[in-house]
Design a protein around this ligand. Structure first.
Ligand SMILES: NC(=O)c1ccc[n+]([C@@H]2O[C@H](COP(=O)([O-])OP(=O)(O)OC[C@H]3O[C@@H](n4cnc5c(N)ncnc54)[C@H](OP(=O)(O)O)[C@@H]3O)[C@@H](O)[C@H]2O)c1
Length: 344
């Protein structure tokens, strides 16, 4: 007996990964339903060796569905997650709509799996922003060892973080450069091909962007409200995989070797750190992988107890779809929900 799972946003970058990961990890399903907008009714998507035909989210009855993995954007999540939750189906949402709601747990299973148990107030669990997810996976074991005071992070975020339209825009602009066609920018505020853009999401009053603000508040909610963090988020012309240069200041001393050993044992982390050309991971190598890769661990000589490291992960997997499926696994493994069909 398994869970009936709906994937809302099944035609998108994240939704397709969710279907792949549910199949790869053999999540115990009785049935999987693919949902999207009216534009995609009948569109075929793959689930393992099966093909599913997309149905319309607006007309789907969730009353016998156990879990809805949702990746259809903030507006859809704001409107639909409470309605779906009210039908007794637990929504695991990828958008930013519910992340900071005090009645909604924000979960990265390697870091705060216990928080998932708080889902019942709204039947909603939030997935963090992609750049936060990989960062907290790397920070948690180091925080446990030497207590983090302050983090300075610069991100190098791939275009797939802006959905399939972001990938299409990089592809089209790159092609236009080679064939000398005029370049069109619709998804990004400036040209992204052979360029980079120091703005992700909208500007806030204090001059930070909303993506930078999300990294601050989400890290505090997931890991520790006392951690001070400042971020600069940059979009780069990479299709898949977010990278981060991270400076960490600790309360207690921690050597690069100690940090390397701690991270080698940490869940979800792989350390690739050879001090030779190519002895580190790039986003191209992380694409399609589940791990958060850590490289280039070294002392920061400008502060008392400081380290610098390089952190890379597949934003569509750990940054979104994999994390959502891992949350579903926590619900199932800890028996926080039971399949409705079994209960009936
Ligand atoms: N990409 C990442 O790295 C990442 C990481 C973390 C979180 N997220 C979040 O995940 C969500 C989806 O991202 P994505 O990259 O997969 O975007 P995407 O490739 O643009 O896909 C969007 C999906 O949402 C569906 N959708 C849009 N409007 C809808 C509506 N009114 N009703 C039902 N379905 C609707 C689309 O269906 P149609 O094909 O029918 O339009 C499509 O399946 C966003 O909230 C994003 O912020 C993304």
């Amino acid at each position: 007996m398994g869970y009936k799972v709906a994937v809302a946003g099944a035609t998108g970058n994240v939704g397709r990964e969710m279907l792949d990961i549910l199949a790869e990890r053999r999540f115990p399903v009785s049935e999987v339903v693919a949902l999207a907008s009216s534009r995609s009714i009948g569109t075929e998507v793959s689930f393992g060796d099966k093909t599913l035909k997309c149905r319309h989210l607006d007309t789907y009855d969730f009353s016998d569905t156990d879990i809805c993995l949702m990746s259809a954007g903030g507006d859809v999540a704001r409107e639909w997650a409470p309605r779906i939750g009210a039908q007794g189906c637990v929504v695991i949402d990828n958008s930013s709509a519910w992340r900071m709601d005090p009645d909604v747990p924000l979960v990265v299973p390697e870091v705060n799996a216990d928080a998932a148990a708080g889902f019942a107030k709204k039947n909603i669990i939030a997935n963090p922003n992609c750049s936060t997810a990989q960062l907290v996976v790397a920070l948690k074991p180091l925080h446990d060892a030497a207590k983090i005071k302050r983090v300075v992070v610069s991100t190098y975020q791939s275009v797939s973080g802006a959905g399939k339209e972001g990938m299409d825009e990089l592809f089209a602009q790159t092609r236009s450069v080679f064939v000398s066609d005029p370049l069109e920018s619709k998804k990004f505020p400036k040209r992204i091909a052979f360029n980079l853009i120091p703005q992700i999401d909208v500007f806030m009053e204090d001059g930070f962007t909303k993506e930078e603000w999300k990294m601050v508040v989400e890290t505090k909610k997931i890991l520790d409200p006392k951690i001070k963090l400042v971020a600069t988020c940059v979009r780069v012309p990479v299709f898949i995989g977010h990278s981060e240069a991270v400076n960490i200041e600790f309360e207690n001393p921690l050597s690069p070797d100690e940090a390397r050993n701690i991270l080698r044992e940490a869940p979800g982390v792989l350390v690739i750190d050879k001090h030779e050309p190519g002895g580190y991971i790039t986003p191209h190598e992380a694409a399609g992988e589940d791990a958060t890769y850590i490289s280039r661990i070294r002392d920061d000589p400008t502060v008392e107890n400081g380290l610098v490291l390089w952190c890379v992960s597949d934003n569509l997997r750990k940054g979104a779809a994999l994390n959502a499926v891992q949350i579903a696994e926590v619900l199932a493994n800890r028996k926080l929900i039971t399949p409705k069909q079994k209960a009936a």
